[in-house]
Design a protein around this ligand. Structure first.
Ligand code: APR
Length: 391
């Protein structure tokens, strides 16, 4: 049980009180290091109800962090509750359904994330943003662009989750404690996830000494499809226990100015010979967000895969940035094209970055439908409230 005089500091906000957001808020509150955790959502009463429920667990779990729920409106009312937050975790957005790729969410989630970030910036201009909405790499880049924050203050959660999934699969396969396994994935949260075998070990022994290469490959494939496996089982909604554990750890590292090195989606500027892209890399996390990207020695194969992932992600992020200027109609066509492309890639058993970059004609259409950024921002249709899809 915590002591009543334990120092608690600061405020962290979680935007989106769905499964991911509410479990993140609960974990953050149970750390008992924050003065306040704010949970918001556009569904009237949902964040207030969940906050009340979490506060009622305080006498049982023994934490004193106050949880505040706040419904927010489309015009940004209610965002005053976020004011002064040092960290904002953005979980607002739709999750996948079976058969969907993360990229299928881009249209609706780009609008949601854009609206959320605009409001957050007004009330918490000094915050570190941790983005978790999917497609992750693109939404992180979008949040950075919309916020105008220094790139070090915007990061995405994906690498910790992918790495944790990989570690769990190895532990399960070998029948060893999960805590004895070290793995690492870099790159993107998706098709171009890059496993790093040279950084994988069990109780200090290289993974390659314990499992044949083909077994490791199977675990890598399962990791790459780890989110989809859970979506397929749940039928509605996506994973949130492991994802929220990862996001909460990132927030804790920021709050504690810990200097922990963890795999996150961070702005890469020269490391590994890659520049100008949000990418899954290891980074040292502190109170100002990413202190530095940590570069490790990679094998030639791993480095080539990371660079390939960077180019795939760069192309998608550039598309999203252009679409921010181009308008909703273009965004809709982009989403359809991406969805069709990802389905065709899936049916062909995956595709290289060049194909994922998308057809040339899409770029042409985008130019023909270009609208000013302010037009797109002004029309801001907002999301349809998503009700709970699981009992
Ligand atoms: N502002 C605040 N909350 C919003 C907004 C908005 N503009 N738009 C939608 N939401 C809320 C919904 O009302 C819902 O409560 O976001 C919540 C999403 O919750 P779930 O549907 O339960 O989805 P969840 O599993 O939490 O996933 C959230 O994280 O992993 C990703 O792909 C996943 O993009 C999805 C996000």
């Amino acid at each position: 049980m915590s002591q009543p005089d334990t120092p608690r500091r600061g405020k962290v906000a979680v935007i989106g009180a769905g499964f991911y957001g509410s479990t993140t808020a609960q974990r953050l509150a149970e750390y008992d290091i924050f003065e306040e955790v704010v949970l918001t959502d556009i569904i009237d009463g949902k964040p207030e109800g969940l906050a009340l429920d979490m506060n009622q667990s305080r006498p049982i779990e023994g934490f004193e962090t106050r949880v505040t729920g706040q419904t927010t409106g489309r015009s940004g009312d209610g965002y005053e509750a976020v004011a002064g937050s040092g960290i904002v975790v953005i979980t607002a957005g739709l999750p996948r359904k079976p058969g969907m790729s993360r990229m299928d969410l881009i249209e609706v989630n780009a609008k949601i994330v854009r609206d959320v970030v605009e409001n957050v910036v007004k009330h918490a201009p000094e915050a570190v943003l941790i983005v978790v909405s999917n497609p992750l790499d693109e939404m992180t880049a979008l949040a950075a662009k919309v916020s105008g924050f220094p790139s070090s203050r915007v990061m995405g959660q994906a690498g910790m989750l992918d790495t944790a999934r990989f570690s769990y699969f190895v532990a399960e396969k070998l029948g060893v404690p999960a805590g004895s396994v070290r793995t690492l994935t870099l790159g993107s949260h998706g098709d171009t996830m890059v496993p790093v075998p040279s950084a994988c070990s069990v109780s200090g022994r290289p993974l390659g000494e314990l499992l044949p290469a083909e077994e490791i490959d199977k675990l890598v494939t399962r990791t790459r499809n780890g989110g989809g496996e859970i979506v397929g089982l749940l039928k509605t909604g996506s994973a949130y226990y492991a994802p929220s554990a990862a996001a909460a750890r990132m927030a804790r590292a920021v709050a504690a100015d810990s200097g922990d090195v963890m795999p996150v989606c961070a702005w890469v500027d020269g490391e590994y010979g890659i520049s100008g892209v949000y990418l899954g890399v290891e980074a040292e996390i502190g109170s100002a967000g990413v202190r530095r990207v940590v570069q490790r020695d990679l094998s030639d194969t791993e480095l080539a895969a990371l660079r390939e992932a960077a180019e795939a992600v760069r192309a998608k992020q550039a598309d999203v940035a252009a679409l921010l200027r181009a308008g909703d109609a273009a965004l809709s066509r982009f989403a359809s094209a991406k969805a069709a492309l990802s389905r065709s890639c899936a049916s062909q058993g995956g595709a290289g970055p060049a194909r994922r970059r998308g057809p040339r004609h899409r770029r042409g259409r985008r130019h023909r439908t270009r609208r000013s950024r302010s037009d797109w921002m002004a029309r801001s249709p907002g999301p349809r409230p998503a009700g709970r899809r699981r009992a």
